[in-house]
Design a binder for this molecule. Structure first.
Ligand SMILES: *Cc1c(COP(=O)(O)O)cnc(C)c1O
Length: 354
């Protein structure tokens, strides 16, 4: 047994909750009363503290702002009808966080700070968990290098924080997607599998170009041939072709191993689909569409859960989908939401009670 880590708690004097309406929330704009903060110094994690949500005081030379050693996670907490709070599969996010940390030459975070710290923080701000449909408490753990030195090398000092945001739906409307052929998100040997901050900054230009011509997001393709599909924005992607659900495989390290992706694979199998994780060529997807066998295309991710794709454009070829007639993606979303909100049996033990 590891000795229990000391997490000190300093409570806010006044809750901001009384000024809030938890019924109609944008994504990621409001934050709860408290946050967790910990420091990595001299090779160890210390000063683990839950305290009032507040700005950070940083020296302008702080390394993360210059060289981008910065990683994050995204997790959601829900309340069941009896008011019990649960977090969805946080241990998977913990494991992924340390995978990202290793790739970015950052220190591993002890399980206790991430898991126990998160539980205590969510318990303290439990009354911030919205109960309205499609709403939840978004949990954002993150780590960044904090050496006050301008020099390209891994820092000796890091900060780990967790902040909480009560949120509404992320994307609610079915999306139009542009298959990207010029810009790339990830390459084999790169950092595509890590939830590293720089991946998102690097993706914004291409996304903005697609938005200019009326698309909501891009579907990234491989760097060499621009043929093999990867992900949609910050979501994994699934194609229902006949009675098989296809999703790009992870082995090249160019795709983020989504917890919603894993959960969707499990539930699609439960629904009776064959699930294939493989390299998916856009030409094969188009052939399936032309043959009338491409039934559904959707994205999966913690923020949006399941996002329906109503249009997919590759070069001048446009695929249209009648999302109103779909069976699978809406059912998948319902099952996931019902498990999270306590209306469907949690047979895979995904919900961690706070
Ligand atoms: C976070 C993320 C996902 C989705 O992962 P989940 O664990 O399901 O939230 C997919 N792709 C990218 C690039 C991401 O950053």
């Amino acid at each position: 047994m590891v000795a229990a880590m000391d997490i000190s708690i300093r409570k806010a004097e006044r809750s901001k909750l009384q000024d809030m309406n938890l019924d109609n929330l944008p994504f990621g704009k409001y934050f709860t009363d408290h946050m967790l903060e910990a420091d990595y110094e001299n090779g160890e994690w210390k000063n683990v503290e839950i305290k009032p949500y507040q700005p950070l005081l940083l020296n302008p030379s702080v390394a993360a702002l210059h060289y981008g050693q910065a990683i994050f996670e995204g997790i959601k907490a829900y309340k069941d009808k009896d008011g019990n709070a649960y977090i969805f599969r946080p241990h998977d996010n913990y494991n992924r966080f340390n995978i990202s940390a290793e790739r970015m030459q950052m220190p591993q975070l002890p399980e206790e700070i991430f898991m126990e710290g998160m539980k205590q923080l969510v318990a303290l701000d439990k009354s911030w968990i919205p109960t309205k449909e499609d709403h939840s408490l978004y949990i954002r753990p993150f780590m960044f290098s904090s050496d006050e030195v301008i020099g390209v090398r891994p820092s000796d000092n890091y900060k780990f924080l967790i902040i909480l945001s009560p949120t509404g739906p992320y994307y609610n409307a079915p999306m139009r997607i542009y298959v990207e052929e010029k810009y790339v998100r990830a390459v084999p040997g790169g950092v595509g599998f890590a939830k590293a901050a720089g991946n998102y900054g690097a993706a914004m230009y291409a996304t903005a170009q697609a938005k200019k011509i009326g698309y909501d997001q891009v579907l990234w393709t491989d760097a060499f041939e621009h043929k093999y599909v990867q992900e949609i924005g910050t979501m994994n992607v699934f194609f229902i072709i006949g009675s098989t659900a296809f999703t790009p495989s992870l082995e090249q390290g160019t795709i983020l191993d989504g917890v919603t992706r894993q959960s969707s694979i499990t539930l699609l199998k439960e629904m009776g689909f064959a699930v294939e994780e493989k390299q998916l060529n856009i030409d094969d997807i188009i052939d399936a569409y032309k043959a009338g066998l491409l039934y559904e295309v959707f994205g999966t991710g913690t923020a949006a859960t399941i996002s329906l794709i109503k249009e997919l454009r590759y070069k001048d070829f446009v695929m249209h989908f009648d999302v109103a007639s779909w069976q699978t993606a809406p059912l998948l979303k319902k099952w996931l939401t019902d498990i999270r909100e306590g209306r469907r049996e949690d047979k895979y033990n995904w919900m961690l009670k706070v």
